[in-house]
Design a protein around this ligand. Structure first.
Ligand SMILES: *Cc1c(COP(=O)(O)O)cnc(C)c1O
Length: 374
């Protein structure tokens, strides 16, 4: 085998070059230029015009600006899904606030509604009502939106919807990213569409969008000189990257379709024959299947598969290590049921890129089968 197969590499269309070239010839290089507004409009349109969009330099920045605009301050508590990438929770720490981790349920592998309510009740009992909840549509699979949001509503706690991995997914035919008080997207290189690096903050009104852009461009007040009445950030997306995004968003539905086909192939070949299990899409859910993730019978079985793939120059990755197990978060309060620990121990992300060929897929499945029959 010659070139390495990656878990989720970028997938360019070729049209990105035209946007990059015209950004350069028009001298629209940095954070002003026609493509930024256009990309925001395209995202908004894709999300069925349900939400306003501010294009930023990353998904992490988007979470940071969401927390700031929800008024999160030093010492405040913010509930966050434990089974996720560290970027979901890090911005809580940027603000010197305190994360409270909540474990997952077994179907979607996302935030467990029962544990969420337990956590809220317990924090209130301890004297501090959580100020926000960050739930994640992990690997593209929607979390149980109705259950989670009705609990958030019951206690009047604002929701941040981390849809970094779920652009193109939906719940009850409503696109992920449009449910929360804030939503966030990521266009990092490994995501379903990419601008190399980049992200977006999704919000409920034009005035919040305006304020988000103000904060993301160093909080310049309206004056001829540089005047600042707030602390700003350098978080805006550049025009060149927005151009790449314009080429990418055109093929988003195609990318979703390709990833769902890849999932189907793995499922068909690994589920029944090898007794490997997968996260479940309830009827109201539509996952972009950004990543095909498998749950094996044991850590040993998982490692057998991973090492056999590695030997053949094929990347696979253990599922996210739950944040409550991460060394930096050891003293963080947590509400756990063992689900995410089990997933971390026995789970694996398989190559899922939309540019994976049928031949490569067959090869991967063949290696997995062999590794288990040896
Ligand atoms: C990628 C990712 C982020 C962060 O996005 P960046 O654009 O890389 O900053 C946040 N949450 C989840 C779940 C992610 O996968």
């Amino acid at each position: 085998m010659t070139s390495k197969i990656w878990v989720s590499p970028p997938h360019m269309t070729g049209e990105e070059l035209n946007y990059i070239e015209s950004s350069i010839t028009g001298n629209w290089i940095s954070s002003t230029g026609p493509y930024i507004d256009k990309f925001e409009d395209e995202i908004k349109y894709y999300l069925d015009n349900k939400i306003e969009v501010a294009a930023l330099n990353s998904g992490t920045s988007a979470i940071h600006l969401a927390l700031i605009q929800l008024g999160i301050k030093e010492g405040d508590e913010v509930i966050c899904q434990s089974f996720t990438f560290s970027a979901s929770a890090n911005p809580i720490l940027y603000l010197k606030a305190k994360p409270i981790f909540v474990d997952s349920e077994e179907e979607t592998w996302n935030m467990c509604p029962i544990l969420l309510e337990e956590a809220i009740e317990d924090r209130i009992k301890k004297g501090k009502k959580p100020k926000a909840i960050i739930a994640v549509h992990l690997y593209g699979m929607p979390y149980k939106v109705n259950q989670i949001h009705s609990i958030a509503n019951k206690y009047s706690i604002p929701m941040i919807e981390d849809a970094a991995e779920a652009f193109g997914s939906s719940y009850n035919k409503i696109k992920c990213g449009s449910f929360g008080d804030f939503g966030i997207l990521s266009f990092n290189g490994n995501k379903i569409i990419t601008t190399s690096s980049g992200g977006a903050l999704l919000c409920k009104s034009k005035s919040i969008k305006k304020n988000s852009i103000y904060l993301a461009t160093q909080a310049k007040d309206d004056a001829p000189h540089y005047q600042h009445s707030k602390i700003g950030y350098n978080y805006r997306m550049s025009n060149i990257l927005a151009g790449i995004g314009l080429a990418q968003i055109k093929v988003l539905d195609k990318r979703v379709k390709a990833r769902r086909e890849i999932f189907k192939y793995y499922y068909k070949n690994l589920n029944k024959e090898l007794n490997i299990s997968f996260s479940i899409e309830n009827p109201e859910m539509y996952s972009n299947r950004w990543m095909t993730t498998i749950l094996t019978k044991s850590f040993e079985q998982r490692e057998k598969i991973r090492l056999a793939l590695e030997k053949n120059n094929i990347e696979s990755k253990p599922l996210w290590k739950p944040l409550h197990l991460q060394p930096v978060f050891t003293s963080t309060p947590k509400y756990c049921n063992g689900v995410s620990v089990n997933l971390f121990k026995k789970g694996l992300c398989l190559p899922s890129g939309s540019n994976l060929s049928k031949f490569e897929l067959e090869q991967i499945v063949g290696i997995i089968k062999n590794s288990l029959f040896l």
